[in-house]
Design a protein around this ligand. Structure first.
Ligand SMILES: Nc1ncnc2c1ncn2[C@@H]1O[C@H](COP(=O)(O)OS(=O)(=O)O)[C@@H](OP(=O)(O)O)[C@H]1O
Ligand SMILES: [Mg+2]
Length: 267
């Protein structure tokens, strides 16, 4: 029997799972990328099911994901772009928003647009399968990273990008929309190197990890190890940072570059 709205809210508020290596629990980030949300920019609603310490289902709602990937770049100016576009034509021509989801082991990830040609889609389903990009040449790849300097080191990732031959400007996008962009093939790499003392939370990554893997990509820490979702609310034991790539070749290059430049960094 479906739960009522108040029962759903009560279940969310209970938040009484301590995680662990056995059993199942849901992980929800109701608004991931809080700054993006308040600025009218990118944000995500992220839900994952963890089973025996592994994310087995991931759903990412990205209400502001633009129809054209180039518009992802307009962080902070997003609201202005949106209002210019909508005043220049009709509101209906601004198609944005999608829900992306994947089940572990299925080898498939899906993208359901929220609006198409002015019509709101009824769930389910006009979903189409998505796959990571086939670009494996760093010179052609685009990397994503957090917008906020406090959440990663832009100078470290700039050095890394240069050392592997990445020529494109970084795509700075709030929230797990970065995972969505890679799963959709709109970018190839994501790097996040939180400053010392910050511990990554499982709800900021669980849904993204299963979606990327099923779309054909790779997610590890900077040591090349899988992220660990079995130790409670934090990604315990994380080696330096998080690396997401559309393929193994790019991944290997980034991991090597991190090793080469880590000791000389101030992180
Ligand atoms: N200091 C610091 N370092 C690293 N990470 C931090 C830090 N502070 C917060 N957070 C968490 O990161 C989430 C936002 O990360 P993003 O990659 O989306 O960063 S950014 O908003 O694009 O700058 C953000 O998620 P939300 O709180 O859901 O927005 C936080 O969980
Ligand atoms: Mg979050």
């Amino acid at each position: 029997m479906p739960l009522s709205t108040s029962e759903v809210l009560e279940a969310i508020s209970r938040c009484n799972s301590t995680g662990g290596q056995k059993g199942r629990f849901w992980v929800l980030d109701p608004v991931d990328g809080t700054l993006g949300f308040v600025r009218g920019d990118q944000y995500a609603v992220a839900l994952a099911l963890i089973e025996d310490g592994e994310p087995v289902l991931g759903v990412l709602g990205c209400p502001n994901y633009p129809m054209k990937k180039e518009w992802l770049n307009y962080q902070n100016g997003y609201r202005e772009i949106l209002s210019r576009l909508t005043s220049a034509s009709t509101e209906k021509s601004w198609d944005k928003g999608c829900v992306i989801y994947a089940k572990r082991g299925s080898g498939r990830a899906w993208m359901q647009p929220l609006v198409h040609k002015g019509k709101k889609f009824v769930w389910p389903n006009s979903a189409r399968q998505i796959k990571v990009s086939t670009i494996d040449n760093p010179a052609l790849a685009t990397f994503c990273e957090p917008v906020e300097k406090a959440n990663t080191s832009h100078s470290f990732t700039a050095g890394l990008a240069h050392s592997v031959g990445l020529r494109n400007q970084p795509l700075r996008v709030y929230s797990m929309v970065k995972y969505a962009a890679i799963a959709r093939g709109d970018a190839e790499i994501m790097m996040k190197f939180a400053r010392a003392g910050y511990k990554e939370k499982i709800w900021d990554h669980a849904a993204g990890v299963v979606i990327i893997q099923e779309a054909g990509g790779v997610v590890t820490d900077a040591g090349g190890h899988p992220l660990c979702f079995s130790k409670g609310m934090y990604l315990e034991g994380l080696d330096r940072g998080i690396i997401v790539c559309s393929g193994a070749k790019l991944h290997e290059k980034i991991i090597k570059a991190v090793d080469a430049s880590w000791n000389s960094s101030s992180l």
